[in-house]
Every structure is written in C-alpha cells, then in structure tokens.
Design a protein around this ligand. Structure first.
Ligand SMILES: Nc1ncnc2c1ncn2[C@@H]1O[C@H](COP(=O)(O)OP(=O)(O)OP(=O)(O)O)[C@@H](O)[C@H]1O
Ligand SMILES: [Mg+2]
Length: 498
C-alpha cells in the first residue's frame, strides 16, 4: 500500500439537503481513502442515495463542503464529477437498452473526431476494457440482450473509461446470483488494489463484512459513525443503523401446520419449469431456493396465472384451478409479490396511498362510506409497523427511496385477503429493521392459516424463515430439506449446483 493510503483524499462534511416536506440530509459526512472499500449504510430513507447524488454532482447540496486533495470543490454536474474522477453506478442502471454496449460506453463522450478512426479506436478500447473485466460478450451486443450482471459490467466499464478515483455502487448485488456476486467481489478487490476508493451501499450485511474495510453509517440524514469493519460486530452495526438493539434477526414461531392447501402437480412450461410437484400446507412457510435462473420466479408466475403452463395442475383446498390470467388467481385467493417491484408493483406517479389501496379496492369499497377511514387506518398501521418513510400519504411513489417503495408494495399485498401468498425476494433492498417486521407479518399470515411460498436468494433468510425448503435447479425440483433447523447454507448450495 502507498504510504499515504491512510489520508483521506475526498471529504464531504456537514452536507444538508431538503426536498419539499423531507429533510433527506441534515449532517451528511463521508471520508474516502485511496484503495478502500467503504460501506455506506443506513435504513431505507436514511439519505444514502441522496449523499451519493450530491457526490456525483447530480444534485446540489443545500449546505456543506466537499474537499478533494485538500481543496474545497463544487461538483456542479455529473460531467464535472466524472472529470474529477467520481463515477456512480445507480440503483437503476442508466444504459440505453436499444443501443449497443459500445455505443453506451461512449455515449456523451467529448473526444469526437469524425469517421471510422474514432469508431475503430473505440472498438479497440471497448474490447480491451471488457476483456479486463472478464466480460464474455461483444461490444456490438445490444444492452437489452444482456443479463443484469452483464449490464452491471457495462456500467463498471463505463466508469473505468474515465480516470476513476472513486467508484460508487448503490446496491450492486440486489439482482445478482451467488456466482455473479463472487465475480463482482473479485473485481471490486482488484479495483481497490489499483488505489480506487469504492463506496459500497448494501442492505446485505454479510457482504459488508466480507468485502468492506470501513463503514459510514447514516441515520435520519445524520452521520452516526465511521468505523473499521474489523472493529465492529454485527449487532453493533445493526444498532448503529436502526438506533436500537435488535435481539434477533429472525422472529421465533411455533408453526401449526395443517392440511395441504395449494397442491401443484407435474407443472411444466418450456425448459423453465419442468415437472414440478409440491404442496403448501395450511400455516406453512415453504422456502423456494436456487440460483437465479433456476425456475423459481417462473414457477411463481405459473401459480399466479401470469404465464400459462404447458401441462400440469394446480388446486387450492381441493378445488382444481384453471388460471387464465392473474385476475383468475386473485379471485381464487392467490397473490404474488413480484421481485421486480419497480415495473410490476407500483404506479410511480400515483400517490403512496393510492398505490397501497388500488389492488385492495373491492375490499374497502364494500365498506361504503367507511372506506376511506378503514383504508387510512390500515395504511397508517403499515407505515408505522414497516417504518415507511413518507412525508405525506399523497406523496408520489417515485419520490420515495428505493427500499421504501418496496415496503409500499409489500404492505399492499400483505393487506389483501389472499389464502396463498407468493413472495419473490420479499426483502430485497429493505433495511435490516424493516426486514424483521416483514418476517413478523409473514409469520402472522402463516399463523392465520394461509399458505406461503417464499422465494429468496439470501440463504440466511431462507433458513431463518422456512418451515420446509425446496431447492430448484434447471427448472426442476432438485431436493427438499425438511429438517430446517439443522440445515446449513452448504446443504442448499449443494442441491442448487449439484
Ligand atoms: N427528489 C426527491 N423529492 C422528495 N423527496 C426525496 C427526493 N429524493 C429523496 N427524497 C427523500 O429523501 C429521503 C432519503 O432518500 P434516499 O433515497 O437518499 O434514501 P436511501 O438511504 O438511499 O434509502 P434506500 O435504502 O431505501 O435506498 C427519503 O425520505 C426520500 O423519500
Ligand atoms: Mg437508496
């Protein structure tokens, strides 16, 4: 390590930022040293993404200072930020789907000399960069044809095209599978050894402990602490984030499991789902594990009528179901919380409260005049229990932080009267405190006699929540784990990859 690696080169202090009705940052601080992986942590709505946007030059702060190499600077635009060596990969990627990888890489680049010379230099540069990142796709590939992990590589490549000193990654692993996460970690460590400072935002604490050197914790827009990861225990870190001690990360429960409710037999659709049979019983939480692409989401979509099965049968409480679409599933009492909340779960320009009540409208409208009172009190309860950070119920959903948007969708479905609840990655992007509340809600629903299917890529969550676990691979059920308390992550992985 270079001798000055302990000296911060970039310092943000006293950063303030307000939006109408919300004080997103009150005292934002961040200090970066060269060649460190620095975790930026905090609950949903704590101000992480806002601090990052200010660092990137995408939003001006209301107050505060930024120093680079000891000199105060103003980062007036993202372009200016990149010129100073600051690159950000946002929660939502910024690639143009219909353009090629190469076009995306050089989009908005200044050095435009005309004609084929430029084009061929660009191709060479793109190839070299992608090789260096271990990408196995061509610069000519259209971005819409890439997987999430590949798109992320393009974003990283874009950042490395510039002389990057700071690379910010906002929840980079939220949509990656285990193997892709490993590859990303290798890449991040490699960038760190080149002296780049990486700011790493994640709600997965396992990753933080595995990858990061230091952590800065924000709570309610204020800097709480900056610490070496090696000096922090997991409970300490959680307490710094949520402001109170969490005695356990998973609530306990003594399940009362009854007769089979949802029975699935020989369900198939193309190669994605092949001859899948299982049942979920009254009061049972069935975990569905497997790598990304194993067929878990596809199975859930068949159960919800979002896709049609080629063959096989589904029955609920002994009644065979003919699902021609989601409307049939909802009528039969089956609901699905999709993994892609942003696109399938929310109407971003509608208010938070409308988003909450829309799918539940029949239920509330039956109450006639009481409707808005009943609705408001249910809404208020979820906002309180899940700690959803909103300035007002009429706030448009698009203005909520990523994790708070997910909490709204989740509340909306938990509120419905469904008998079978399918949840796909229910806590993705959700902070550790709210996760606990979500787990408790799922327990309550199971205890009320519902049948729950939980898809999750986070093995501790699958192990912590499931009464029984099915593991899928290549569209098939590869195995079952019934003695969950004595099972390990390795047991699941063995089935998922064997
Ligand atoms: N453009 C905006 N207009 C109004 N409010 C905003 C805007 N951007 C952010 N906020 C609010 O500022 C607060 C901080 O949001 P921010 O996105 O920084 O949180 P975060 O820490 O990144 O959360 P998450 O973990 O959920 O991604 C939230 O209450 C959010 O609703
Ligand atoms: Mg965020």
């Amino acid at each position: 390590m270079p001798p000055d690696s302990q000296t911060p080169f970039l310092v943000l202090s006293g950063i303030e930022k307000s939006f109408p009705g919300v004080r997103a940052l009150q005292d934002g601080r961040l200090e970066l040293r060269p060649g460190e992986v620095h975790a930026l942590l905090g609950e949903n709505g704590a101000g992480k993404s806002t601090l990052i946007r200010i660092l990137a030059g995408a939003q001006p702060p209301d107050a505060g200072t930024i120093q680079l190499d000891g000199h105060p600077i103003r980062i007036a635009s993202p372009h200016e930020g990149r010129r100073l060596g600051i690159s950000v990969i946002y929660q939502e990627f910024n690639l143009v789907p219909a353009m090629s990888v190469q076009e995306n890489l050089f989009l908005g680049q200044e050095h435009s000399r005309a004609g084929w010379i430029r084009r061929s230099t660009e191709t060479r540069a793109a190839r070299e960069l992608l090789d260096r990142l271990g990408a196995r796709f061509d610069p000519d590939t259209l971005c819409r044809d890439l997987s999430v992990a590949e798109q992320q590589l393009v974003e990283i490549a874009k950042a490395l095209l510039h002389q990057t000193r700071v690379l910010v990654m906002d929840e980079p692993t939220a949509a990656l599978s285990g193997r892709e996460v490993d590859r990303l970690f290798t890449l991040v460590r490699d960038l760190r050894s080149q002296g780049i400072a990486i700011v790493y935002v994640s709600h997965r604490l396992d990753e933080v402990f595995e990858l990061c050197d230091r952590a800065t914790i924000l709570r309610d827009g204020c800097h709480v602490a900056t610490r070496d990861i090696a000096d922090l225990s997991r409970p300490e870190l959680i307490e710094l984030m949520v402001g109170r001690a969490l005695t356990a990360e998973y609530p306990t429960r003594s399940p009362r499991i009854g007769e089979p409710r949802l029975v699935v037999q020989n369900l198939s659709r193309g190669n994605a789902v092949q001859d899948v049979s299982f049942e979920i019983r009254r009061g049972e939480i069935l975990g569905l594990a497997g790598l990304v692409g194993a067929g878990r989401t596809e199975t859930a979509r068949l159960l919800f009528g979002a896709d049609r099965a080629d063959s096989g049968s589904i029955s609920l409480d002994g009644q065979p179901l003919e699902l021609r679409g989601p409307a049939d599933a909802i009528r039969a009492g089956i609901c699905l919380l999709t993994e892609d909340r942003k696109h399938q779960g929310l109407v971003l320009n509608h208010s938070v409260r409308d988003n909450f009540s829309l799918p539940n409208l029949p239920r509330f409208s039956r109450l006639g005049l009481l409707r808005s009172t009943a609705e408001s009190s249910a809404f208020d309860r979820y906002v309180h229990d899940l700690r959803i950070r909103i300035s007002h119920p009429t706030q448009p959903a698009r203005l909520l932080s990523g994790g708070n948007q997910q909490k709204v969708v989740l509340a909306k479905w938990l509120q419905s009267d469904a008998d079978v609840i399918l949840v796909d990655e229910p806590t993705r992007g959700v902070d550790v405190g709210a996760r606990f509340e979500i787990y408790q809600l799922l327990h309550q629903l199971a205890d009320a006699g519902k049948a729950i299917l939980m898809i999750s890529s986070e093995l501790p969550e699958i192990l912590g929540m499931s009464d029984r676990i099915l593991v899928m691979r290549g569209g098939r059920i590869q195995g079952e784990i019934t003695d969950v308390p004595n099972a390990s992550q390795a047991d699941i992985l063995r089935l998922a990859t064997s």
